[in-house]
Design a protein around this ligand. Structure first.
Ligand SMILES: [Zn+2]
Length: 191
């Protein structure tokens, strides 16, 4: 059954991986966390495993996601941050109780106050979003060059000239479109 749901797009930045659970916002939008179970799956993949998730918690997660998207988009184009979005991000950040734990192997692991606390997981995502929107991390917020996507992503490339949120999807599609355009140009001139 689960195979019917769209795959996740996983990036290296937690907050923008999370906003990527809704893709093609300016085209045919793809909802990648359509059910509470899919949010549980996504959180597990991202080191924030929870046991359960209610419909209300899924709603809250989506509200946070769209707020991060709105604030990150504004930050990328140097607009004023939307106050409502900032409020949601701050509320989510403040309401969670998650602790960063250092493992004996020297890795960071998140410890939630309880396995049913989706809110704790959301607070980690909200704090991650705050760190990139506030410019606390090495990188630059930018918008995907794909007209149907325009997702805010965090560019950590040396030159800070990344154009697409994801090379395997948006970047590839663009390359293919250019290739096809060239092909048809070639076949026209060959005729
Ligand atoms: Zn994109």
């Amino acid at each position: 059954m689960r195979a019917e749901f769209p795959d996740f797009r996983l990036g290296k930045v937690l907050a923008t991986s999370f906003t990527g659970t809704l893709s093609e916002r300016h085209g045919n939008a793809v909802e990648r966390i359509p059910t509470p179970q899919r949010l549980i799956d996504w959180l597990a993949v991202n080191g924030l495993a929870v046991d359960s998730c209610t419909t209300a918690q899924l709603e809250l997660a989506r509200e946070l996601r769209e707020s991060i998207h709105a604030a990150a988009t504004a930050a990328a184009v140097h607009d004023a941050l939307p106050a409502a979005a900032v409020q949601v991000i701050n509320d989510c950040s403040a309401q969670g109780r998650a602790a960063a734990i250092l493992t004996p192997e020297g890795q960071r692991r998140w410890q939630l106050s309880s396995a049913s606390r989706v809110e704790d997981a959301l607070s980690v995502i909200a704090a991650d979003a705050i760190s990139i929107i506030a410019g606390e991390r090495d990188g630059k917020l930018a918008l995907c060059a794909s007209a149907t996507c325009q997702a805010a992503f965090f560019d950590t490339s040396q030159s800070r000239t990344r154009k697409w949120c994801d090379m395997n999807t948006c970047g590839n599609r663009q390359k293919k479109a250019r290739f096809n355009a060239n092909q048809s140009k070639n076949s026209i001139s060959a005729d």
